[in-house]
Design a protein. Structure first.
Length: 460
């Protein structure tokens, strides 16, 4: 029976980063994956959705070309071609990842992995069962969409996020149930292509983990995209009648659309991995300490299956940490600063505490704001819809940053670095930012919090 120093179940961001980390350290490593390496992120999440988002962005630009003095004629949307390009992007990423794993000597065991005894796993795939031994195990089985009993999933009219990526044609209308990250991203994506979208959210606000001021800004943009938003609303029943969706809200209102996307979140998924044989939860989430260790000896877990953060970039770090510690290291994810990028229209980048959270923690907060509109780069590109908001503790140390606007998902990286290393508003304001760029807004927001923003008019 073949034996591996590290065996990884699950080939998503957490799993393949764990495998690569261990292989780089010279360990014999195998990665068990029942589908394609890359997990939800590469195959059914981050990468395909952002390929669609890029198409939607280009579509909006083409529709607005005349404002730049360009007579491009009436653009024509070829949905089949859009989908084909998305599939090419995903396939290229798959090939690249497989090549990388092979280059580092990671063996890919195709099939479903199941622990059947301490130190032993079975892999079911290709019509056969194979058994392997391991010294250390990393569980990285990811997460799955949450569906609702009131909305019976059929994959054609009542959809999950995976179904939404493979629609054979654009619907004319769509109900999105769930106003979190996934729901808002899909709502903006489909509305950009002209779909009449209605968002239904149970909580009083969309994106409840995002700074309230940023959410208000997004809502204004969603209204311009003609997205209807119902907050504090519960959908109690839905059905596919005659190939279309009909839903009923708790207050008696009815909703009709071509389809309904259920986007109420994701849950950790460990079912079928045989973890109960290690006295671990059979279905997740798997509780881990800050070194990604589970309660079972020599068994680690990383990524969505742990319920922590549930983001691809935090999964990378957890996978690296788990693998390093499995091989005798002493790394931790304690104190990790994790930014979040939300690909709505406009984009949102956020990290650290919101203004309300900072006030609750410190009694008061220093806040600096700067709009996109005064920025030369924003005006040159007609991307003036946006805002920078920096939140600092009373001593001026940055504890949170919230950006809504063009390239916000990239711009938040600077703020994450500043929060991680406890930089002050003065340090950010004193850092020269190149001109003309969107990033100047970070410097101006920091200076505004200190009352010294260069491009601010005198206060009255």
């Amino acid at each position: 029976m073949e034996r591996y120093e590290l065996l990884v179940i699950g080939g998503g961001p957490a799993g393949y980063s764990a495998a690569l980390t261990a292989a780089r350290k010279g360990a014999r490593v195998a990665l068990i994956e029942k589908d394609h390496p890359g997990g939800t992120c590469l195959n059914r999440g981050c990468i395909p959705t952002k390929a669609f988002v890029r198409a939607a962005h280009l579509w909006r630009e083409l529709k607005a070309a005349s404002r730049f003095g360009i007579a491009a004629g009436e653009p024509v949307l070829d949905w089949a071609a859009v989908r084909a390009r998305v599939e090419r992007v995903v396939e290229n990423q798959r090939k690249g990842l497989r090549s990388l794993l092979k280059a580092w000597g990671v063996e890919i065991l195709e099939g479903r992995g199941e622990v059947f005894a301490p130190g032993r796993v079975r892999v079911f795939g290709g019509g056969e069962m194979r058994e392997y031994e391991f010294s250390n195990l990393v569980v990285a089985t990811g997460s799955e969409p949450i569906m609702l009993d009131a909305l019976p999933h059929d994959g054609k009219v009542i959809l999950d996020s995976t179904d939404a990526l493979s629609l054979p044609s654009l619907p004319s209308s769509m109900v999105v149930v769930g106003g979190g990250v996934i729901g808002c991203e899909f709502a903006c994506l489909f509305a950009s292509f002209g779909v009449a979208v209605t968002v239904v959210e149970l909580l009083p606000s969309l994106l409840p983990m995002v700074d309230e001021e940023v959410v208000r800004h997004l809502l204004r943009s969603m209204r311009r995209l003609k997205i209807k938003v119902f907050t504090g609303a519960r959908i109690v029943k839905g059905s596919a009648e005659g190939g279309a969706f009909r839903g009923e809200l708790e207050d008696g209102r009815t909703l009709e659309a071509d389809c309904c996307l259920v986007a109420v979140g994701r849950r950790p998924c460990a079912g079928g991995a045989g973890l109960e044989r290690l006295n671990l939860p059979a279905s997740g989430p798997l509780e881990v300490d800050d070194r990604c260790r589970t309660a079972a000896e020599d068994v680690y877990a990383a990524g969505d299956v742990t319920g922590r953060w549930m983001l691809a970039h935090s999964a990378y770090r957890m996978g690296e940490t788990a693998a390093a510690n499995a091989l005798g290291g002493d790394e931790t994810v304690s104190g990790l600063t994790v930014p979040n990028g939300i690909f709505t229209v406009p984009e949102i980048g956020t990290v650290g505490l919101t203004e309300r959270e900072a006030e609750e923690r410190y009694g008061k907060a220093l806040v600096g704001r700067w709009l996109y509109r005064p920025l030369g780069r924003a005006q040159a590109g007609e991307e003036t819809d946006g805002m920078f908001k920096l939140v600092a503790d009373p001593s001026g140390v940055l504890v949170g940053a919230h950006i809504v606007g063009a390239n916000a998902t990239d711009l938040i990286a600077e703020a994450a670095l500043a929060v991680q290393h406890r930089m002050t508003l003065e340090q950010i304001a004193a850092t020269v930012h190149s001109h003309p760029t969107f990033a100047e807004g970070m410097q101006e927001a920091a200076a505004a919090a200190l009352g010294v923003a260069l491009h601010s008019p005198p206060s009255r």
